[in-house]
Design a protein around this ligand. Structure first.
Ligand SMILES: Nc1ncnc2c1ncn2[C@@H]1O[C@H](COP(=O)(O)OP(=O)(O)OP(=O)(O)O)[C@@H](O)[C@H]1O
Length: 366
């Protein structure tokens, strides 16, 4: 269950590595319940923050407060470390059986052998690896090893589970299966978790809160919905996949928080309540831009309809990225099936639509 009580608080967190400041965060907190993902580009400090919060990396300045108690000496640090668990990209298993590995955290916590085996077997079962219990951990595939390391972490029923890029070393099907099992397990056990990941889709699937890191600071933190759909600046917008960025000026204010924004010599309708004449940036997700080859007179329920020319078509993961010009540049993602059905080609004119609610508008900083 989520509550607003901070389970872990960080104040004035400053971390230096190799003499250089790599983390500088005035305030940070983890609330009880739910999953927080730390996302950001390479080198932005995701792992450093995760290691700092799990007391595996020393603070150069600042303090951590767990359940209202400062972690400020060896004893409080050990006590805290006993109540958390960390899963790394590399599973770091002991040269022992899978069962012994999963039970190892329980041994350190003083449980007797029978109880250790009972709990370890339960988590092996939950992770779908009960059949591997007696196998040597050195003879596991990457996916099996990561499942073992996750079972070991859950087995101690941590107050906070820290996951550092837990899926990066896995192939796509293994990744897919593990993420869905982990999601279920996190919910079934109501575990509070923090995950560092460079993959925003993983973050969206697992977490209810997201913090975006930029050069060792938090650029934005909030609910996944707010961060993904209402980024506060251009950096966050581009990181969360709002690939189209348009500069404009608020031309008119309409009823019900609608605005008309002039973008070059075109006008687009958006939702928001800024003032007339304000300079703004408009962000649009490619998946919210639809294309059709119907005649331009055909009605669309979207408020923004333009005729656009296809500049470029390029494969983009499971989709195709279509770069368009509608008097302003716009990006759309479509499936291979849609591409084939519409027989799209570069140079062609198409009808381009997007809803007013698909346009996220922020004030342009001076
Ligand atoms: N062991 C280290 N010694 C010195 N500097 C380090 C060390 N590890 C990381 N750094 C530096 O700290 C900064 C943050 O790195 P960190 O690994 O936390 O970022 P990240 O967001 O997790 O990146 P990635 O996605 O590449 O793992 C970077 O500038 C990096 O070069």
């Amino acid at each position: 269950m989520r509550t607003d009580v901070p389970l872990l608080q960080g104040k004035r967190l400053l971390v230096k590595r190799g003499g250089i400041t790599v983390l500088d965060i005035p305030e940070f907190e983890i609330k009880k319940g739910g999953v927080l993902s730390l996302i950001g580009p390479n080198g932005s400090g995701k792992s450093t923050l995760l290691l700092t919060l799990s007391c595996l990396l020393k603070l150069s300045k600042g303090e951590l407060i767990f359940n209202g108690q400062k972690i400020d000496n060896r004893r409080s640090e050990l006590d805290y470390r006993r109540q958390i668990a960390v899963v790394f990209q590399d599973p770091l298993l002991f040269d022992a059986t899978v069962l012994e590995n999963v039970a190892s955290g329980l041994k350190i916590r003083g449980l007797d052998k029978r109880e250790r085996s009972r709990i370890a077997e339960e988590y092996l079962e939950r992770l779908g690896i009960a059949h591997l219990a007696r196998r040597s951990a050195s003879k596991l595939s990457g996916g099996e090893a990561q499942r073992t390391s996750i079972a070991r972490a859950f087995a101690v029923r941590p107050a906070i589970l820290f996951l550092d890029e837990p899926f990066s070393a896995l192939d796509p099907p293994t990744h897919e299966a593990l993420i869905s099992d982990l999601n279920r397990l996190l919910q079934d056990t109501d575990t509070t978790a923090v995950m560092a990941t460079h993959d925003q889709m993983d973050a969206l699937r697992l977490s209810d809160r997201i913090a975006v890191l930029q050069k060792g600071t938090i650029a934005q933190a909030g609910s996944a919905e707010v961060v993904m759909n209402h980024p506060i600046n251009e950096f966050v917008a581009s990181f969360v996949g709002m690939d189209t960025v348009l500069s404009g000026t608020v031309r008119d204010i309409l009823e019900r928080d609608r605005m008309i924004i002039a973008v070059g010599n075109r006008e687009i309708e958006a939702v928001g309540n800024l003032s007339q004449g304000e300079k703004v940036l408009c962000f649009i997700r490619p998946e919210n831009v639809t294309l059709s080859t119907d005649s331009p007179e055909d009605p669309s329920s979207a408020r923004n309809n333009f005729s656009g020319r296809i500049i470029r078509i390029a494969p983009h993961g499971l989709f195709y990225r279509i770069d368009l010009n509608c008097g302003f540049d716009l990006i759309s993602y479509i499936t291979r099936t849609s591409l084939d059905l519409m027989e799209l080609r570069e140079g062609q004119r198409v009808k381009v639509s997007f809803k007013a609610t698909a346009v996220h508008v922020i004030r342009k900083s001076a």
